[in-house]
Design a protein around this ligand. Structure first.
Ligand SMILES: NC(=O)c1ccc[n+]([C@@H]2O[C@H](COP(=O)([O-])OP(=O)(O)OC[C@H]3O[C@@H](n4cnc5c(N)ncnc54)[C@H](O)[C@@H]3O)[C@@H](O)[C@H]2O)c1
Length: 337
């Protein structure tokens, strides 16, 4: 990252703890923190069907500590959070349909797991700063756009409700126990190190996997819904900036590109970057249609004003960089290997 408008040196020597650190976003944060000189520990339960992958940290495995464990284990979290400066809480049940089919699982990981992280930080001697991965899923179908931080929350699935609850626990603990927290509500994140074995989340990457393997991409309905796709390096930069800036303390921010992209245009961009691939339209499965959001885009003015963050990578460039990464490494991301 060549951002020159922010002082990143404060990350040097910081003790950083990342839950879900073998996953897509967590591992990319780990790479950046190692690069900036942090002392990094990652935790991951390696649960299926989520995005954990040892290949995600292979270049930095000598420079970090990996612990296989679960955020539902409070005792373990208490041990790991002790003496930590910054906690990036990325571990989650991330499937929207899974959250409806298995609401208890989602609640155990996304609510109790988040409470466990906060409890571990509460008893930690130096009260680490906690950065939470919130979601656009907290909003539901927007009543106005671009969506901003004042927009009401009306989730269409259990995942969105539990992310909303997790965020509320975060701010409650901050208020009662006086430690700094930030919530970043993420839009559709894509890029290198995202899982490529399933289409229930990370759809852009999944379509890229289809195109690369000569499988037809299936688009539900017309593909006219809109989304806000944001590139992983931009998302990592947002996490690092809010972690290092006191101005972000106690705040929640949307992190997106600010660009409203039609779903089908995203598909065409993927096919173009891969250099091959075809798609077909199929009817929406009923369960999906009931929870699908028709239009979505955010404004990132609040995070820009607070920490100077702006998205730097547009969709065409980000998708091309992603394709270049998987042209070399797709086999490492297919589960049956
Ligand atoms: N990728 C996106 O577009 C997006 C959008 C909004 C929010 N988010 C949030 O960002 C965070 C990271 O998502 P991601 O895209 O990197 O997903 P991911 O699946 O790649 O990473 C999540 C990781 O958490 C681990 N995990 C799951 N349950 C666990 C548990 N009980 N204990 C310990 N580890 C556990 C998984 O094994 C996986 O490695 C999640 O909190 C997710 O809800 C992601």
């Amino acid at each position: 990252m060549s951002n020159t408008d922010f002082e990143y040196t404060a990350m040097n020597g910081k003790k950083v703890f990342i839950t879900g650190g073998l996953g897509f976003i967590g591992s990319n944060i780990a790479h950046r923190c190692v690069e900036l000189g942090a002392d990094v520990t990652i935790l991951d339960a390696c649960l299926e069907p989520y995005g954990w992958n040892h290949a995600n940290v292979k270049e930095i495995k000598q420079s970090l500590r990996f612990v296989e464990g679960d955020v539902r284990n409070r005792q373990l979290l208490t041990e790991l959070a002790a003496g930590t400066d910054i906690v990036f809480h990325m571990a989650a049940q991330v499937g929207r349909e899974i959250s409806i089919e298995q609401p208890e699982l989602d609640t155990e990981i996304n609510c109790t797991g988040t409470l466990n992280v906060l409890e571990a930080c509460r008893v930690s001697s130096n009260k680490p700063k906690v950065i939470f991965a919130g979601s656009r899923g907290q909003i539901g179908e927007p009543v106005y756009m671009p969506v901003d931080e004042a927009h009401p929350q009306n989730p269409t699935d259990v995942y969105g409700i539990n992310k909303m609850a997790g965020e509320q626990y975060l701010f409650l603990y901050s208020k009662i126990y006086d430690f700094p927290v930030v919530s970043l509500r993420l839009n559709n994140v894509y890029g290198p190190r995202c899982q490529m074995h399933a289409g229930f989340y990370g759809i852009l990457n999944w379509f890229m996997a289809n195109a690369m393997q000569g499988q037809t991409i299936t688009v539900y309905g017309e593909g006219s819904q809109t989304r806000d796709y944001v590139y992983i390096t931009d998302v990592v930069d947002a996490f690092v900036r809010v972690a290092l800036s006191d101005k972000a303390n106690g705040e929640l921010f949307f992190v997106g590109s600010g660009v409203e992209t039609v779903f089908l245009d995203m598909v065409k961009t993927v096919v173009q970057s891969v250099g091959r691939g075809e798609y077909k339209h199929i009817p929406f499965p009923e369960t999906r249609e009931a929870i699908d959001i028709k239009k979505f885009v955010v404004t990132c003015k609040k995070i820009q004003d607070a920490v100077g963050w702006v998205p730097r990578v547009d969709l065409a460039k980000g998708v091309q960089e992603t394709a270049d990464f998987y042209k070399e490494r797709l086999s490492e991301y297919l589960r049956d290997n």
